[in-house]
Design a binder for this molecule. Structure first.
Ligand code: ADP
Ligand code: ASP
Ligand code: MG
Length: 406
């Protein structure tokens, strides 16, 4: 008998029929003797709909009240699934984040889980019940409802699995695993049997939204065995595991695309100590996260400073940079929302030179201009004009022959 946490995403619970299909799958595992905790998202589109309602009344909405509204989406699906399970003859009980005591901090809209009352869940499991838990939500120490950031049901699933020391955390979605790139962009993309936590974390943070990046970080930290599977079709899915468990490290595991960033450039600032901090200091003070940073010094001794932020923070960042630029007597400030970031990820890069130059050559051969570059031990990212997004993903996917079996 194993204890399994299954998380179903929005499309998997998007209609009554799909909820019934989920109930049948859960019932089957329950009858096979397993203990099951099921974590659900809201029906697909529901969180966006609720966000729209909130924004129609107050823009930006009050962070606390927004969480009160957004958390309702998951409350609907858990109640319905518990009913569908009972209809299948399986005893079940649903809990909201507050009811099951998913204690979080008070950072509304992006709260972090602090603790989970695992005993309560264990008691239900011991009585033969399936426990259905609302994803994406928690409660803070003052009793306020919180949400965990978009895509946050994944982290509820992983945190539940960690708290219960479950044998496996299964993430059911609309694709049958993690692919070498988003199969919606490259239909020939290949499903990966296994991928390391480290690579999955890079891929998720660089745009592969199949898993929320914080959930991968959490799974890696607490050694939760994580598997991505399809709720529509049977199959082994993709196992996220440690590097030791990999048969052979692939050179490159995947290519990702991120359309959520925007670029800011300050031209002609004096080349002297303290410039970077006088531009990025106020950005950090405004709680804006900076991703890539590039500084160039030209022959005349002045410097150009470029960095990227999340597109949602662009307007705020631009206003801050314009103020800084005036104080620094910079020549100009340029902003660009029409950029994307394309990345190549693989632990094999550690031991192989020349991957970056191969990637750059492949992009050049298609006439794709690279605006910014950043690298780490296991990834290369480039910033490009957004019109090249899908072409760049396809070019890199084919350059590294990712559609072929390794
Ligand atoms: P859910 O609602 O189940 O949480 P998501 O929409 O968050 O599902 O994630 C699944 C989607 O992630 C897929 O439909 C796919 O288009 C996208 N995706 C992006 N990159 C990848 C990748 N490398 N492998 C698999 N799916 C990916
Ligand atoms: N329903 C939430 C969202 O759409 C959480 C999730 O689906 O994981 O972001
Ligand atoms: Mg998701």
């Amino acid at each position: 008998m194993s204890l399994i946490v299954q998380k179903y995403g929005g499309t998997s619970v998007g209609t009554v029929e799909r909820l019934q299909t989920v109930a049948q799958r859960v019932a089957r595992e329950h009858r096979a003797g397993h203990q099951l905790v099921v974590v659900l998202s809201a029906m697909s589109g529901e969180t966006d709909r609720l966000l729209g309602l909130a924004r129609a009344i107050q823009n930006p909405p009050s962070a606390r009240e927004l969480d009160v509204v957004l958390a309702t989406g998951e409350q609907v699906t858990i109640g319905l699934l518990a009913m569908a399970l009972e209809a299948e003859g399986v005893p079940a009980v649903s809990y909201t984040g507050a009811q099951v005591s998913i204690l979080s901090d008070s950072a509304f809209n992006k709260a972090r889980i602090l603790a989970i009352d695992a005993d309560k869940v264990r008691a239900d499991l011991a009585r033969g019940r399936v426990v259905v838990v609302a994803g994406f939500q928690g409660i803070d120490a003052h009793g306020n409802i919180t949400t965990l950031g978009r895509g946050g049901s994944d982290i509820t699933g992983v945190a539940m699995a960690a708290a219960l020391q479950a044998d496996e955390c299964q993430i059911y979605t609309d694709v049958d695993g993690v692919y070498t790139t988003d199969p919606r962009i490259v239909p020939e993309a290949r499903r990966l049997e296994r991928i390391t936590y480290e690579e999955m974390l890079e891929m998720a943070s660089l745009g592969a939204k199949v898993l929320q990046s914080r959930s991968v970080e959490f799974a890696s930290k607490y050694k939760v065995t994580l598997r991505v599977l399809s709720s529509f079709k049977e199959g082994p899915g993709t196992l996220i595991t440690t590097e030791e468990n990999m048969m052979e490290a692939a050179l490159i595991s995947g290519v990702t695309l991120n359309r959520d960033e925007a670029k800011l450039t300050v031209l002609g600032v004096p080349d002297r100590p303290g410039i970077a901090s006088s531009i990025l200091g106020p950005i950090a003070d405004a709680n804006i996260e900076v991703d890539m940073i590039v500084q160039n010094v030209s022959a005349d001794g002045s410097a150009d400073f470029t960095f990227t932020v999340h597109r949602n923070d662009y307007d705020k960042a631009l206003a801050i940079v314009q103020t800084c630029a005036a104080t620094l007597a910079a020549r100009a400030v340029l902003g660009d929302r029409k950029i994307v970031k394309v990345s190549v990820v693989g632990v094999g890069m550690r031991s192989h030179a020349g991957i970056a130059s191969r990637a750059f050559r492949a992009l050049a051969s298609e006439g794709i201009n690279i605006q910014m570059i950043s690298t780490s031990e296991i990834k290369i990212s480039v910033v490009l004009e957004d019109k090249y997004a899908e072409l760049a993903v396809r070019v890199l996917h084919s350059e590294f022959k990712l559609a072929e079996d390794p």
